[in-house]
Design a protein around this ligand. Structure first.
Ligand code: GAL
Length: 463
């Protein structure tokens, strides 16, 4: 069956730092990504998000392109530094006005805004003053910022995502140190992760107590996870794959759906894993109205408990010793330019794993997509590999739905090529090509195909 449920949410996604530019305009403050990308050697080719796709000035054109694609939803993030430039102080009316215009325009075009409050661009002031996500009261600062956003936009925005990918913030920012604030540690990721979860819970608490009854919206979190397929059928490898998923997704989802971290993490991380108080647990439990999932790839997982080889392919960075899982890929799998394997059945399995473990939650795929080396030819971009990727992954999603997973919506990452973090502009994830010299946008073949899929609510379309 190629058809999707009749009320399926078809969207596309972006984030503020990756597309907006206008980095000192409208009173915007400096974020940790503004600062980090200015450090020589951190970002490929010395790229920064200072201009990015210039969406700050071109949002009207972008909304029109979304309209042309026929999406009924658009997921984007608010830059904390546009709204509260120094993180905790005065609210910038200009920042509020910018997002208000964008939200109104989306609604005029029947595109439902899905708003992420935090997509990694922490005000740099909070890095200095509070120690970023390691700070004891950073979660309160986040809840305050969330409150400001609900009060200004909640009359029109009814779909909120607190955090994008706390795993990435914790692991890449505080474990491997390749993202800001650049900390390398085997303890800091767990503290940062803990504070991110508390920030999420406190923001949801504010929304539920002050706004939800009146504004009638929903609020959740977007977690990311790859699929981990057991390398063999041995009980050790089966357990390793499960453990890998627990250290990845359940780290952030179990506290929300079950009230605490997974037992495998408690056992292996020991004292480095913080404890929740009873009050915090109560606040966290059931704090997501939907299960937001960002998904990109799959790897095999094998038990590595008794391995001490230095050349083990561990993956998952500096805290991988805590997991004892060896990751690998099948060399026959095709790869994107991120070097991520294209494995649509992994997506299906992950959706079904979530359905089982978390008792059939409504799932919103908040990101799924791929990077390829697209090149315009005679003003057109035929991104055949991306088309194949989406056909495969959406078919995997459709199968998971047939098998009982309650998938309610899907956001393609990304609406347009943008600043791909440490890879700068060298990785193109968009359904729209962006010429980073002229800032011209060109709908790729995938955008046109996606429009046909959305119009028919089915994968059974031409192309
Ligand atoms: C996600 C992230 C996005 C985007 C994508 C592709 O982890 O939320 O911002 O960069 O990956 O790498």
């Amino acid at each position: 069956m190629a058809e999707f449920p009749s009320d399926f949410i078809w969207g596309t996604a972006t984030s503020a730092y990756q597309i907006e530019g206008g980095y000192r305009e409208g009173g915007k403050g400096i974020s940790i990504w503004d600062a980090f990308s200015r450090i020589p050697g951190k970002i490929m080719n010395g790229d920064t998000g200072e201009v990015a796709c210039d969406h700050f000035h071109r949002f009207e054109e972008d909304v029109q392109l979304m309209k042309d694609m026929g999406v009924n939803a658009y997921r984007f993030s608010l830059a904390w530094t546009r709204i509260i430039p120094d993180g905790t102080g005065d609210v910038s009316e200009e920042g509020i006005a910018f997002y208000s215009k964008l939200i109104d325009l989306l609604l005029e075009n029947n595109i439902t805004p899905w708003v992420t409050l935090y997509h990694w661009d922490l005000p740099v002031a909070l890095e200095f003053e509070k120690g970023g996500w390691l700070g004891d009261d950073i979660s309160d600062a986040f809840a305050h910022y969330a409150d400001v956003c609900f009060s200004h936009f909640g009359d029109r925005v009814t779909n909120w995502i607190t955090l994008n990918e706390p795993w990435v913030v914790a692991m890449l920012g505080y474990g491997q140190g390749v993202f800001p604030p650049g900390i390398v540690s085997n303890e800091a990721p767990y503290i940062a992760g803990h504070n991110l979860l508390l920030g999420h819970a406190k923001a949801v608490d504010v929304y539920r107590n002050k706004y939800q009854d009146k504004q009638k919206g929903q609020i959740g979190i977007a977690n990311n996870c790859d699929w981990r397929e057991p390398l063999t059928d041995s009980p050790d490898d089966l357990a390793a794959a499960e453990r890998a998923l627990e250290f990845f997704l359940a780290w952030f989802a179990d506290p929300i759906y079950k009230g605490d971290y997974p037992a495998s993490m408690r056992e292996r991380v020991g004292e480095r894993l913080p404890e929740f108080t009873a009050g915090e647990q109560a606040m966290l439990k059931d704090s997501s109205d939907f299960f937001g999932l960002n998904h990109y790839t799959t790897m095999y997982a094998a038990d590595a408990t008794n391995k001490n080889s230095e050349d083990s392919v561990y993956g998952n960075g500096g805290i991988s010793e805590d997991q004892d899982v060896q990751l690998s890929v099948d060399p026959s799998w095709s790869k994107t330019t991120m070097n991520w394997a294209v494995v649509p059945w992994g997506f299906q399995k992950l959706l079904e794993w979530i359905d089982t473990r978390y008792d059939h939650p409504p799932i919103i795929v908040t990101e799924n997509g791929c990077a390829f080396d697209d090149k315009p030819e005679n003003g057109e971009v035929h991104d055949a590999e991306r088309l194949d990727f989406y056909k495969g992954y959406l078919a995997g999603c459709r199968t998971a739905i047939s098998n009982g997973a309650n998938v309610k919506g899907y956001f393609a990452w990304s609406f347009m090529d943008n600043f791909e973090w440490v890879f700068g502009y060298s990785r193109r994830f968009g359904m729209h090509y962006v010429d980073f010299e002229t800032l011209e946008r060109i709908p790729k073949s995938s955008a046109k195909w996606y429009a046909r899929v959305i119009a028919k609510n089915s994968l059974d379309v031409q192309g």
